[in-house]
Design a protein around this ligand. Sequence first.
Ligand SMILES: [Zn+2]
Ligand SMILES: [Zn+2]
Length: 173
Amino acid sequence: MLIQVRNLEVRAAQFDVEVPPGEIDFFDEELRQIGPLKATGKAELEMGGLGEIRVSGHLSVQTEAECARCLEAARFPIESDFVLNYRPASETDFGDEKEVDPEEAEVGFYEGNALELNDVFREQVLLALPMQRVCREDCKGICPACGKNRNQNECQCQKSITDDWWAALQELQ
Ligand SMILES: [Zn+2]
Ligand SMILES: [Zn+2]
């Protein structure tokens, strides 16, 4: 859905959309959208006449990505409220006139006279994902020695490495 900035000068734009998988490019090959992304909210022009748009609302989507430790597919449900600000990319001296407040909500840019809502959703999904994508807090990962998923079967490699380490340490003492 494209938000025309000119229309926002008259009134805020409300949205209530469902975006099917595949429509949003997350620029992340590991990340898959499972099921529709649902978002409701509004886009409005900020006061001041500089063309800054504030998009706020609520977004929910089911995503899937590889666990960073065991490489199995893991689900990352996203359910979050958001407030994102967008400035016109053409407003080159914007930065000089207004100090960027570090406390301020995330600020992005839009090209031309319209803002693509899917770009807003992509940004919010990437912000809402955990920094470290793991299938579970205590995922044991893959054994670096034998390559087995240690959540599924406990191999003896780690144990013998530790044993060797202790043996070496004891020899030193
Ligand atoms: Zn895992
Ligand atoms: Zn092993």
